[in-house]
Design a protein around this ligand. Structure first.
Ligand code: FES
Length: 202
């Protein structure tokens, strides 16, 4: 997206919803009064969640004022962490893990499906503006590789058919059921557990 286009989509103002305002205040209370800035990451996370997974410049200014810290300090943090998006990524943001275990188990095919169904390039919105995708490093679910994260949810044990089905659902403005495509519980063996069999909920 060109600089001109990014500036065109920036909203003029931002403020927390009632609910997030309460959450932000309770985050700040976790720290000493003269250390409010320690809540910065938590507040940026709230902004991103409220604003369809991206942080506009108006929100960076808002958070700086909220925490009484320089605008540049908030800007530096939001541009440092790749988890924060500074331009729109759509209502459904797909992050495909392409680190070694997922790569060995076929993440390239998942990336190809994203290119085919969502958009040719990473961070580019789909035609209906609902989704975008990107490659990311390990998301900590290697035992269930290959996997992808959509918004806050993990979709694991994927194959080509399942991935196509999930992405088609997104493009119809619906979120498929998250979890293992093989219906296994967390990272339990595919054919059922073999240890702690007598322990309920183990
Ligand atoms: S390598 Fe993909 S989740 Fe760890």
């Amino acid at each position: 997206m060109s600089i001109k286009k990014i500036s065109e989509i920036q909203p003029e103002s931002f403020e927390f919803s009632k609910d997030n305002l309460l959450k932000a205040e309770s985050e700040i209370k976790k720290y000493p009064k003269d250390r409010k800035a320690s809540a910065l990451l938590a507040l940026l996370y709230l902004v991103q969640k409220q604003n369809d997974h991206w942080i506009p410049l108006a929100a960076i200014k808002y958070v700086a004022k909220f925490l009484s810290v320089p605008y540049m300090q908030v800007y530096e943090v939001s541009t440092f962490y790749s988890m924060f998006n500074l331009s729109p990524v759509g209502k459904y943001f797909v992050q495909v893990c392409t680190t070694t275990p997922c790569m060995i188990r076929g993440s390239k095919k998942i990336v190809d499906i994203c290119k085919k169904l969502i958009s040719k390039n990473q961070y580019e919105l789909s035609e209906n503006k609902l989704c975008s995708w990107t490659e990311v490093e390990c998301l900590g679910a290697c035992v269930n590789a290959p996997m992808m994260q959509i918004n806050q949810d993990y979709f694991e044990d994927l194959d080509e058919n399942k991935t196509e089905e999930i992405i088609q659902t997104l493009l119809e403005d619906k979120l498929a059921k998250s979890g293992s495509a093989k219906n296994r519980k967390s990272a339990a063996p595919e054919k059922g557990k073999t240890t702690l069999v007598e322990v309920k909920n183990a």
